[in-house]
Design a protein around this ligand. Structure first.
Ligand SMILES: [Zn+2]
Length: 377
């Protein structure tokens, strides 16, 4: 072992000092000098929270009795059955020509209503090989800062041994979304411009919800997983100088699934959206009392659909909302629970459907959207 002493000259001391100065200056620049981003953030510090605060504190506005009646009487179930629902009532497995046909139906309908329609297409490996998927996103006012999202899946589950239509799973929910847009469209626009500047209604039609073989983390919700990821990496302008991840501008994702049979029951699965579920309950109860729901006695003192008998138990059900839930998007899961008896059976076809029930749920959904967006129907 040996020790080495450094012999330092005057010029070397000078060089060391200047080097130290340079290093100190760099450290100062990097850590202490005000960074342009930090400056703008501190200047607009209040703003950073402002849109998000409004989002958190958003309150619906209750419709008057006359408005409630008007929205209820918009129903046109003949039109609902055909042309809205009929195109979905076919086998429409992801990455098949029949699935493409359904995409066209959604895109054409929404474009006809004047909404901005986007496609989110991608390919992914499945147990049955590489497949193409396409989510469709229709936005009434893309310039609005925030979104009220209604969602469902339009693909049907592949069964080798029988024809599966999936009338409740999820042909009817898809038609319900188109129906909301159709009836509220006149209230959403004024002189060709969107009425609501801050929050836009947005409809999301997921592809690839169903597993090709057996439900696993990788063989299911292909579309929802892709869109949640995409929205976590893209940015949306929320103010003059401020951007947020697209997923953050979603006020709430209301996912409809397994709807169409007689008297489904919906539950409040998540505490942070309990107030929105209660909103649905109140709307339903008001409509019952006013005799606006078909096949429901006016003296009926309890909710028939929004019952919340099983809420807040064991984390809910696996569905398209999961990737959004994991990214902190507030979710209302409007899924019939217990599931309809026809679930994933050949009998989940038109014979399973109860149109007065569908009409009632359409009415409640329309009122909810009007109240959330402060529309004056
Ligand atoms: Zn299914």
């Amino acid at each position: 072992m040996r020790t080495v002493f450094w012999r330092i000259s005057a010029s070397q001391v000078l060089m060391c000092c200047s080097l130290l100065c340079i290093v100190t200056y760099i450290i100062y620049i990097v850590t202490l000098m005000p960074h342009p981003d930090i400056t703008s953030r501190s200047v607009t510090g209040g703003v950073r929270g402002s849109w998000a605060k409004k989002q958190r504190q958003h309150r619906s506005r209750t419709l008057s009795i006359d408005q409630l009646k008007k929205v209820a009487h918009m129903s046109d179930m003949t039109y609902f059955e055909d042309p809205l629902l009929e195109p979905f009532m076919h086998v429409r497995v992801s990455d098949t020509p029949a699935n493409k046909k359904v995409q066209l139906h959604i895109k054409d309908t929404m474009a006809k209503y004047g909404w901005a329609v986007e496609e989110d297409s991608f390919t992914e490996n499945t147990p049955l090989g590489r497949k193409q998927f396409t989510n469709i996103v229709a936005t009434q006012n893309p310039k609005a800062i925030r979104r009220l999202v209604l969602a469902c899946h339009y693909d049907s589950k592949y069964f080798e041994d029988f024809v599966f239509i999936g009338a409740t799973d999820s042909a009817v929910p898809c038609a319900m979304l188109l129906d909301v847009a159709r009836h509220l469209n006149t209230s959403l626009w004024i002189h060709g411009k969107p009425v609501r500047k801050t929050v836009s209604l947005q409809l999301v039609f997921f592809d690839g919800e169903e597993a090709f073989v057996e439900w696993t983390a990788t063989d299911s919700i292909y579309g929802a997983r892709h869109l949640a990821e995409k929205w976590s990496t893209t940015q949306s302008r929320v103010d003059r100088e401020e951007w947020a991840h697209t997923i953050e501008i979603v006020d709430v994702l209301i996912l409809l699934d397994l709807i169409g049979t007689k008297d489904p029951e919906f539950n409040s699965w998540f505490r942070n959206t309990e107030h929105l579920f209660e909103r649905f309950q109140k709307i339903e109860m008001r409509m019952i009392k006013l005799g606006l729901l078909a096949n429901v006695d006016q003296n009926h003192s309890r909710n028939r659909y929004f019952t919340s008998r099983y809420g807040h138990t064991s984390g809910g059900i696996e569905d398209d909302h999961i990737p959004f839930l994991r990214k902190n998007v507030p979710v209302v899961h409007m899924i019939a629970y217990p599931f309809p008896l026809e679930w994933h059976k050949a009998s989940d076809d038109k014979t399973a459907l109860h149109f007065p029930t569908i009409d009632n749920i359409n009415k409640i959904l329309r009122v909810f959207v009007c109240e959330y967006l402060h529309l004056s129907p």
